[in-house]
Design a protein around this ligand. Structure first.
Ligand SMILES: C[S@@+](CC[C@H](N)C(=O)[O-])C[C@H]1O[C@@H](n2cnc3c(N)ncnc32)[C@H](O)[C@@H]1O
Length: 228
């Protein structure tokens, strides 16, 4: 368990803001719609989700992206289980997790399991949700991502804004992301920062810049091109 949890402020008492990074965990307008647009549609899920499909995420935060993926899976008639791995350096406390989830009553059935098992999750244990497995690697991304060596089907790149949280978007981190992506695997992210887009292109992704969520002008998504 972490000795210290992330300290948060709250926008309208509902949306968490990181004091350390001075940035919101997700859209102030509607985090769930943003997640569905940027990460699920951006990676062409749930169409691609299937038994054994591996999603990896940079920045677990409140787990909203995971919970939204659970809901998408359960809305479809998939059988089996998907796997979700996330990387988090500054975990939030269980009371803050609970407070953040209140805004999304449609996710309650999954959110309660996440809250109940939060300590086990932060200890690095793989937790079985029945239709999904979840494992969160805690610690700084520069060390945890190196230890991870599975081949990923899709990435949710969800650090804070690159100018506020540059260590989540370095060439080194993006190179590890590319190395751990299957040919034909994908990523999506809410940012369209030029250096992120250029790095991912150089690392073998075909990158598409498209309209961002709500008032955001652009976001990017991409597919890793086979190099053999
Ligand atoms: C935009 S938030 C993620 C929101 C999250 N996906 C959700 O569904 O709530 C970015 C996350 O990246 C984490 N983070 C920032 N810098 C990091 C680092 N160097 N190593 C690991 N995690 C980091 C933050 O603590 C935060 O939880």
């Amino acid at each position: 368990m972490p000795k210290k949890y992330a300290t948060l402020s709250w926008h309208d008492e509902t949306v968490p803001i990181s004091d350390k990074f001075d940035d919101a965990y997700y859209s102030l307008e509607n985090g769930l719609l943003e997640t569905n647009y940027v990460f699920l549609e951006g990676n062409n899920l749930p169409k691609r989700l299937n038994d054994g499909f591996l999603i990896a995420e940079l920045g677990f935060g409140t787990g909203l992206n995971f919970l939204a993926t659970c809901a998408a899976w359960n809305k479809s008639s998939k059988t089996g289980k998907f796997d979700f791995v996330s990387f988090e350096g500054y975990p939030i406390s269980r009371p803050d997790l609970r407070k953040a989830h209140i805004l999304f009553p449609e996710l309650t059935e999954y959110a309660e399991t996440l809250q109940d098992r939060w300590e086990e999750i932060l200890e690095g244990n793989l937790v079985d949700f029945g239709f999904a497995s979840l494992r969160v690697f805690t610690g700084d991304i520069s060390s945890t991502l190196i230890e991870f060596n599975s081949e990923v089907d899709c990435w949710y790149l969800d650090g804070f804004a690159p100018r506020k949280n540059p260590e989540m978007w370095t060439d080194h981190i993006l190179k590890l992301v590319a190395l751990r992506t299957k040919n034909g695997g994908s990523f999506s992210t809410y940012t369209a920062a030029g250096h992120v887009r250029r790095s991912l292109e150089l690392l073998g992704f075909e990158v598409i810049r498209q309209k961002g969520f709500s008032k955001k002008r652009h976001m990017i998504r991409g597919t890793k091109i086979a190099n053999d």
